[in-house]
Design a binder for this molecule. Structure first.
Ligand code: UTP
Length: 406
């Protein structure tokens, strides 16, 4: 992209201040800035206010509960093991996030949660995958989504650790897109005179980015039909869990979603539901009093199952039903920037917006979903913070409870 094209593009989005220092930049910096203007998606800025879009009409969606799963466990396991052995299942690790709440500089996966020895988050997840490899006698492909900000470190770390014993030919990387960060008026911040402040565009872009990287085509070549999407930060995460795979395939749905029973009526998790007759996820702050009090035919809370960012998507359903257009979530954040004198500022309070797409919004574009209940204490130990709730400490305690020596 040349200067004139960059100017026209910025003018269209009312972002001409990005070129304020252009004349004083070196040729290399000018080229870097022009390239960034070319690859940045400025269209997200049109969502320059807080909050999601209008929602439809909600109705409860029941889950396949623990007791029902237990009754048919062997049957589901057989279906799941067979699908994995036939190479029909792959896994996608969402590892492009910034992990700002954890406050560590590196990618979350390289964080060491060991107590008596080093145990990196990536290592913990691969150990969990190895349980399935032992059970099925088969390796399955792992696709790792990184972002521009952590791709090089993630790749070199995993290579140096020899993928913690997982065969390199089964590990594939792709990079997600970046979105600009802006002030409250929707003007992008600059983090250097030659650099727009950007951050990863949320975990909802995984399918589009994976496809653009040629890896959906690769999945087809390999005969992979299902992709198990999971977050980097749940260290008890079961990946390509044969029972879950079996139940989802057996149900004939487009996506399976692991869920846990909420621990309080207003717990801060997204809740599985129907929205205008299609599967969806209602955010905890969108639950009305009426929804919180609603009961199902068993007299239990009707909106009772929270998602844990572990989904099994049928690729064919994504290709035929998923439109790609996703709602944009506008999140208030602290964004480092250079001020009008070119001085770098590190704000102590939120000073603008980041724009993210979320994987949970993909569910609503599909036609059918199976919420699949799992035992929270066995499968859900998210690491979001350094201490307190959903922290390194709480995850370490949960690992110990599950007999995992850290
Ligand atoms: P979170 O929503 O917890 O975000 O990610 P985060 O960036 O890791 O942490 P904070 O909010 O900055 O503290 C949930 C999952 O989605 C991935 C994360 O890596 C994690 O596995 N993710 C998030 C992405 O892959 N890309 C993104 O842009 C955001």
């Amino acid at each position: 992209m040349n200067y004139e094209e960059a100017y026209a593009r910025l003018a269209a989005y009312d972002q001409l201040h990005v070129l304020k220092y252009y004349e004083e930049l070196t040729a290399a910096q000018q080229a870097e800035l022009l390239n960034q203007i070319e690859i940045t998606d400025f269209s997200a800025l049109k969502h320059g206010k807080k909050g999601g879009g209008a929602r439809g009409e909600f109705a409860p969606l029941g889950a396949l509960e623990l007791s029902a799963i237990e009754e048919k466990k062997e049957y589901y396991t057989q279906i799941g093991v067979k699908a994995i052995q036939e190479g029909r299942v792959g896994a996608v690790l969402l590892a492009g996030g910034m992990g700002t709440r954890l406050g560590s500089d590196g990618p979350k996966g390289v964080y060491d949660i060991g107590l008596t020895r080093p145990v990196y988050i990536f290592e913990r997840l691969i150990e969990n995958m190895m349980d399935v490899v032992r059970q099925t006698g088969t390796y399955f492909h792992l696709f790792i989504m990184t972002s521009d900000k952590n791709d090089a470190v993630t790749r070199s770390f995993l290579k140096e650790k020899a993928y913690f014993g997982y065969p390199e030919e089964y590990v594939h990387f792709f990079i997600q897109k970046m979105a600009p960060a802006s002030d409250y008026d929707g003007h992008v911040y600059m983090e250097e005179k030659y650099k727009i402040s950007t951050s990863p565009n949320g975990n909802g872009g995984w399918f589009t980015s994976m496809r653009e990287a040629g890896l959906v085509a690769f999945a087809h070549e390999q005969g992979i039909e299902w992709l198990n999407i999971f977050a980097v930060d749940n260290v008890l995460q079961r990946i390509a869990d044969p029972v879950f795979v079996g139940a989802t395939l057996d149900a004939g749905v487009s996506v399976g979603a692991k869920v846990v029973r909420k621990n309080a009526p207003r717990e801060g998790v997204g809740v599985m539901c129907l929205e205008d007759g299609r599967p969806s996820i209602v955010e905890y702050y969108e639950l009305t009093d009426e929804m919180v009090e609603a009961k199902n035919e068993k007299g239990e809370p009707a909106y009772n199952f929270g998602v844990i960012l572990n989904y099994l998507f049928r690729i064919h359903a994504l290709e035929t039903l998923f439109k790609g257009e996703m709602p944009c979530h506008v999140v208030e954040k602290k964004i480092p920037y250079i001020d009008e004198n070119g001085v770098r500022m590190q704000p102590e309070r939120p000073n603008g917006y980041k724009y993210e797409e979320l994987v949970l919004d993909m569910i609503h574009q599909l036609d059918t979903c199976l919420p699949f209940e799992v035992v929270r204490e066995r499968e859900f130990a998210p690491i979001k913070n350094k201490t307190g709730v959903d922290s390194v400490e709480s995850a370490q305690a949960l690992c110990e409870k599950n007999g995992i020596v850290l």
